[in-house]
Design a protein around this ligand. Structure first.
Ligand code: AMP
Length: 181
């Protein structure tokens, strides 16, 4: 497993744009579109994640709607694995299993196809998303993987808002490339 050098960390961090007060006042939105359009930063990031997970003997990569799809698909292809989308409610066409999670006001729901991991018994799955804040989305997504008979062996995030301690509720080890205070 390789550790990210200070230089590489800076290349990735510098490529992410902060948008003040989006989508509402008080939120600093971490915009990864500028990372995606920067070939050096994207390659540095994906090579680091690939190096980490190539020895994990994974069966699938599962990505969270929607930015987790991008990093998850690239990683799945690099590792020669299949990719499974975990989507917001109402988007997946086949029979799904759902998991609710709380938002500041009310609830949201994520879903996965009931047979998403069926090709491998007790499939070992890496969950990936761009950012973990309160952890609500990731906790629900990890629970979903386990609900449909697979095993969430780790959850990986490009960024973690450390002060929110969102990883506390995830029933799997967590790896974050960048910790943001
Ligand atoms: P949470 O469930 O609170 O951990 O929120 C995580 C989800 O919301 C992820 O899918 C992120 O893409 C998105 N998200 C939350 N906060 C931010 C932020 N400050 N910047 C960008 N995306 C965010």
């Amino acid at each position: 497993m390789t550790t990210l050098t200070t230089k590489d960390k800076k290349i990735i961090l510098d490529s992410i744009r902060d948008i003040q007060d989006f989508p509402k006042p008080g939120i600093i939105f971490k915009d990864i579109t500028t990372l995606l359009s920067n070939p050096k930063a994207l390659n540095t990031l994906m090579t680091h994640i690939e190096e980490r997970y190539k020895t994990y003997d994974l069966d699938y990569i599962a990505g969270i709607d929607a930015r987790g799809f991008i990093f998850g698909s690239i990683l799945a292809d690099r590792l020669g694995l299949g990719f499974v989308p975990i989507r917001k409610k109402g988007k997946l066409p086949y029979t799904t299993v759902a998991e609710k999670y709380s938002l500041e006001y009310g609830f949201d729901e994520v879903e996965v196809h009931i047979d998403a991991f069926n090709d491998v018994k007790n499939a070992k799955v890496l969950l990936i998303d761009d950012l973990i804040a309160t952890g609500g989305t990731a906790v629900a997504a990890a629970n979903l993987i386990n609900k449909v008979g697979a095993i969430c062996v780790e959850a990986c995030f490009i960024m973690e808002l450390g002060f929110l301690n969102g990883k506390a509720g995830i029933a799997a080890p967590v790896y974050s490339v960048l910790e943001i205070d």
